[in-house]
Design a protein around this ligand. Sequence first.
Ligand SMILES: Cc1cc2nc3c(=O)[nH]c(=O)nc-3n(C[C@H](O)[C@H](O)[C@H](O)COP(=O)(O)OP(=O)(O)OC[C@H]3O[C@@H](n4cnc5c(N)ncnc54)[C@H](O)[C@@H]3O)c2cc1C
Length: 473
Amino acid sequence: MKSKTSQVTIVGAGPAGLSAAIQLAEFNIKSTIVDENPEIGGAIFKQPDKGLDKSLFRNEKTYIRAKKLFDEFFTYQSYVNLQLGSEVLGDFSLSNELAFLHNDKVKTLPNNPVIICTGCYERAQPFPGWTLPGIMSVGGIQLQTKCGNVKPGHKIALVGTGPLLLVAAKQLHQAGIKVVGVVEAGLKKDLIKNMFTLFYNTKLLKEGFSYINYMKNNKIPIFYGHGVVSARGNNELEELVIAPYTKEWKPIQEKSFSIQVDSAGIGYGYVPRIQLTQMLKCEHEFNANIGGFYPKVDHWQRTTIEGVYVAGDNGGIYGSEVALHQGRIAALAYLIDNKKITVEKASRLIKKNRKKMNNLKKFQSSFDNFSGLKSGLLTLPDSDTIVCRCEHVKMESIDVAINSGVKNMTGLKIRTRVGMGDCQGKMCGSFCAEYLSYKLGDTREKIGAMKPRFPMSPIPFSSITNKELEYEK
Ligand SMILES: Cc1cc2nc3c(=O)[nH]c(=O)nc-3n(C[C@H](O)[C@H](O)[C@H](O)COP(=O)(O)OP(=O)(O)OC[C@H]3O[C@@H](n4cnc5c(N)ncnc54)[C@H](O)[C@@H]3O)c2cc1C
């Protein structure tokens, strides 16, 4: 299919983006999907790089779900202009275009109508020693085995909160790595207390138990109500200090102990990837339970900007199943807005999905009572801990800035340079905003968020010098 005929732009080829494209194709609507990865699938269904062994990916239960989605997607291939290895860099609002980088060339495609399905990234948690080689985000460590077939280390601990710790522990163990323990900040009794509401989704509940059983059967200990304190090592990680956490997740230092590891996956939450909806001037709201700021949407996933729809984790972290349903809903919204289907017909089509989606959301919110982040995490860094890794800003400078009157994220950025580096605050932004809000007692709305700038990621000079922009229409 020629890209010229595409009617809708979709950013992101994860569950949300693929299901949006499928729904559009069912109504003969052609779309262009751009995704920075070399393969479709997004974070959960991330595939091994081309030419690498896919056996670990295949062994997973998730592969069955991935295959079903991919097979359905490829039956509609002729309706989709798939632009992989293409990273969207931002919005050219004057010409109504999105710019993206493909093969070192900056290209553009229409920015409206657009379904934004950019997913989420992991929230970084600074603590003393967290910049030592060997310490990674839990998703990052998982992806090394999942798609790169690289063993991230020999003795690993997975520390943080939420189901991804167990998923990653199993995958790493299956890949032949010694997993010395899973350290979960949530309390076991809070998990049991919420068991009743977790029955909203028996499939996910069973899956959760199967992971717990896997740990038991393979003698991988789970430390509930514990978390990280610090990391030590000579040039690389050698030991991780762990302690029981209080109700507010503050480490009880006198009960701390250390475990000998050469790698650790740290995972304290996710953040919706909202840079593109921020650039497109969509209104955003805040809810800590679903990752922070997310674009405000109506019942049909329409943002506050006409022709801009969102689906999936970038609209609030609810997981891959909800992302699939939301992708369909956003596509139906486009069809309604363009008179290809009536609201009544679309409502009938999506009725079952909405019911399933609402149950999944209830399941998710009951999990928040166990896994929702607590303020003790903000006390982990000491004055010497680097918070912004790009600009090497230490905790001490952040405290000095607050004491000298900084009141919001813009002020903090100007005063300390946090978020001014290559990642534009993807790493430190959430922690800094939470810390400001905690220290000043102000709402996160008042504190604000990091604002993205063009290009959202660094690009090579060669992509913009002596070359005309190329157009994908
Ligand atoms: C690192 C990580 C690992 C995870 N592992 C698991 C797991 O093992 N099991 C599980 O149940 N859940 C996992 N999750 C959660 C799960 O992946 C998500 O809930 C689910 O994938 C949401 O689907 P989505 O379509 O909204 O987003 P995603 O699947 O994240 O898809 C978004 C896609 O958009 C692309 N994208 C984003 N911004 C741009 C841009 N500017 N330009 C081009 N492309 C862009 C991303 O690369 C990605 O491919 C993981 C999440 C993360 C972040």
